[in-house]
Design a protein around this ligand. Structure first.
Ligand SMILES: [Zn+2]
Length: 306
């Protein structure tokens, strides 16, 4: 009842030499799951590509037109100081969003109860109107929009555990009140979000540098889970970033893989009570390759109950 969705085309997006968001991340996640024997007894699927209609449920026509026009024939172009485009970048991102759509289809058809999407580039910084911060398409938002329209759901929650605030997903929650966003993040780092939320359907959980696993889990227990319960979601989508890990080079939290496992076990309890256990988890950040592999294994082990 657990589904793993991925596509090797996700390796084809290239940010340039030495960039922390690179194809090795995809490979290391898959290798870690295979080595831990976690893919032996679960459903696996090669993702489809999201089409223009899927993308336009979230992003503006101008966004898509500009992104298509910017894709280079060869070499790289930079969109901002963090984000580049290579010839296959849009295709790679389409497989990323498509993985989320496939996971939602399987869950809504009752073939799986939970799913993990190993994809890149990540998506939660991509705003409705502009790509940014390593992100081109906002996969979790595209998934939520599809679930609302295609399956007629009325309430979808996105829970974002990446160490950076999901500003792109916030830009979607701003125009889609049927989506509830709960996003934890390290205060004072990219994308330098205001710690206060002006949206009734968003909970921000800012936490300082050196936040420990116990403090992080406490914040979810006291604030995150009650907010989720009040939202009464019919489906939960996770922006699963693992850059809060102690070893991560881009942030300063002190989480360990066991904390991701504990959090995932709590999430499953919430989902079982709220939405028949339906969880779609989507890879976002995580830039120390060893920590990323360990964290995804801990997360998937809990999700698949293996
Ligand atoms: Zn991040």
């Amino acid at each position: 009842m657990f589904l793993y969705v991925s596509h090797p085309m996700c390796k084809k997006h290239d940010n340039g030499w030495g960039h922390p968001e690179n194809a090795e991340r995809y490979s290391r996640v898959e290798d870690a799951l295979v080595s831990a024997r976690l893919l032996d007894y679960v459903l696996t699927k090669e993702a489809r590509q999201a089409n223009d209609e899927d993308i336009l449920r979230v992003h503006t026509p101008h966004f898509l037109k500009t992104l298509k026009a910017a894709i280079p024939q060869q070499g790289l172009i930079t969109l901002d100081e963090d984000t580049a485009l290579s010839p296959d970048s849009l295709d790679a991102a389409r497989y990323g969003s498509g993985a989320v759509l496939d996971a939602i289809d399987s869950i809504m058809a009752g073939q799986a109860q939970r799913a993990f999407c190993n994809i890149r580039p990540p998506g939660h910084h991509a705003e409705v109107q502009k790509p940014m911060g390593f992100c081109l398409l906002n996969h979790v938002a595209i998934g939520a929009a599809y679930a609302l329209e295609h399956y007629g759901l009325e309430r979808v929650a996105i829970v974002d555990i990446d160490v950076h605030h999901g500003n792109g997903t916030e830009s979607y929650a701003r125009v889609e009140p049927r989506v509830t966003l709960i996003s934890n993040f390290e205060s004072g780092i990219y994308p330098f979000t205001d710690p206060h939320s002006d949206l009734p359907n968003q909970l921000k959980l800012p936490m300082p540098a050196h936040t420990s696993g116990a403090q992080w889990l406490e914040a979810w227990n006291h604030l995150g889970w009650p907010f989720l319960q009040a939202a009464r979601p019919q489906l939960i989508i996770v922006s699963a970033g693992f850059d809060g890990h102690q070893m991560d080079p881009l942030a300063h939290w002190n989480l360990h893989e066991r904390d991701y496992q504990a959090w995932t076990e709590q999430l499953i309890r919430q989902a079982n009570q709220l939405c028949q256990g339906r969880i779609v988890s989507v890879l976002e950040g995580g830039y120390d390759l060893t920590a990323l592999g360990l964290s995804v294994v801990a997360h998937v082990k809990a999700l698949a109950e293996l």
